[in-house]
Design a protein around this ligand. Structure first.
Ligand SMILES: NC(=O)c1ccc[n+]([C@@H]2O[C@H](COP(=O)([O-])OP(=O)(O)OC[C@H]3O[C@@H](n4cnc5c(N)ncnc54)[C@H](OP(=O)(O)O)[C@@H]3O)[C@@H](O)[C@H]2O)c1
Ligand SMILES: [Zn+2]
Ligand SMILES: [Zn+2]
Length: 344
């Protein structure tokens, strides 16, 4: 075993504390990565809030540098800058894996933290730490020319909205709305705009209107303004709903155009839907999560080509509890990224 340092939650209400952690010795196809930057995803808050106890180290969107490689690794060498997202292994042989949708692996992909390692059965510990050991297939080359801190959030927030945008054919002829302007939402806006779509933000926060425009959105609809929402009925081919809390889908489905889709990626769990909200206009309700290896690589290429990274506030990792408090209060524009160099 190798030893590193990270930020660990011991239960749902206690602050994260600095702790030493163990990483496995490298398997033949493993990389050791020095973690430099790790994004703070709202899922990290959910994970801690529902954590029954024991070691939980969050963090599933990070960038860093390869420090060591196993003997079978041919694609990476020490010194290579890499990015790692929210899945770190899969069976590799099921139809989903064969189709490049490892995120939907029939055996369930190994999550970057809180997952179960396929070989030794241990619980994975995430990227709020100075070192991570990852199977080479689930590390991605960091695109040259992009800020590594701003790239980190692409690996969860970015890919989670990229897959549905691509699968739903978003492009120059599409009208897209993004509900909830947070980590996922602001990247959905940037990506939809870069894909050429006419893009609108739906937010509770009217003070985000200037930001929405700066991100390239054409408009911002305030979700509490019933008259404007009524005017926007049937307006959008695709609505990407990134809202982090349970909410009524009705008002958002009513904004979807005939044969269009509401992709709910933010709140995962049971929802109640009036079928008439789907029936009228033959609308579709979908969801998505994470991404396969080909789509993740394609996203990084696209972002390099279009200069897309997250809008971040970089904090020393020692301020992780402050980042959590502020994210809970919706006080983030638009992603906290932890700088792990203070753990050296
Ligand atoms: N499907 C997946 O695989 C996947 C991957 C990553 C994250 N997630 C989930 O996606 C959600 C968003 O994550 P994030 O990191 O983008 O969070 P975030 O940065 O906190 O953004 C969430 C946004 O939702 C809106 N919002 C929050 N509470 C709301 C409420 N009660 N009613 C209406 N709007 C509300 C806010 O936008 P406004 O201020 O604009 O209203 C907020 O900025 C989380 O639940 C996370 O767990 C899912
Ligand atoms: Zn995430
Ligand atoms: Zn599989």
């Amino acid at each position: 075993m190798r030893t590193t340092v990270g930020w660990r939650a011991d239960g749902p209400t206690t602050p994260l504390r600095r702790a030493s952690l163990e990483r496995r010795d490298l398997r033949p196809d493993d990389l050791a990565v020095r973690v430099d930057y790790c994004g703070v995803c709202h899922s990290d808050l959910h994970a801690v809030a529902s954590h029954p106890g024991g070691a939980l180290v969050p963090g599933h969107e990070f960038t860093g540098v390869v420090t060591e490689v196993g003997p079978d690794v041919t694609g990476f060498a020490p010194g290579d800058p890499v990015a790692v997202g929210n899945i770190v292994d899969s069976c590799g042989v099921c139809p989903m894996c064969r189709a490049g949708q490892e995120n939907f692996c029939h055996e369930f992909p190994t999550l970057t933290y809180g997952g179960t390692d396929r070989h030794d059965g241990s619980t994975t510990l995430g990227g709020y730490s100075r070192e991570y050991v990852v199977r080479d297939r689930f590390a991605y080359r960091l695109p040259a020319g992009l800020d590594p801190a701003g790239v980190a959030p692409l690996l969860c927030a970015g890919i989670t909205v990229w897959e549905p945008l691509r699968a739903l054919g978003v492009g120059p002829d599409t009208r897209v709305a993004v509900a909830g302007l947070g980590g996922l939402g602001h990247l959905a806006v940037k990506l939809a705009v870069a894909l050429g779509a006419e893009t609108t933000v739906i937010s509770r926060s009217p003070d985000k209107a200037d930001d929405a425009r700066r991100l390239g959105a054409h408009d911002l609809l305030v979700s509490t303004d019933a008259a404007r929402l009524a005017d926007a009925r049937d307006r959008f081919d695709v609505v990407i709903d990134t809202i982090s809390a349970d909410h009524d889908l009705g008002p958002y489905l009513r904004l979807v155009a005939m044969d269009g889709t509401l992709s709910q990626v933010g709140h995962l769990g049971p929802v109640t839907v009036q079928t008439t909200d789907l029936l009228i206009g033959r609308k579709r309700l979908g969801s998505a999560g994470s991404g396969g290896r080909p789509a993740t690589a394609a996203l990084l290429d696209f972002c390099a080509e279009h200069g897309v990274t997250a809008d971040i506030e970089l904090l020393p990792s020692a301020q992780v509890n402050e980042a959590f408090d502020r994210l809970r209060r919706n006080d983030v524009r638009y992603r906290f990224v932890l700088d792990l160099s203070d753990l050296s």
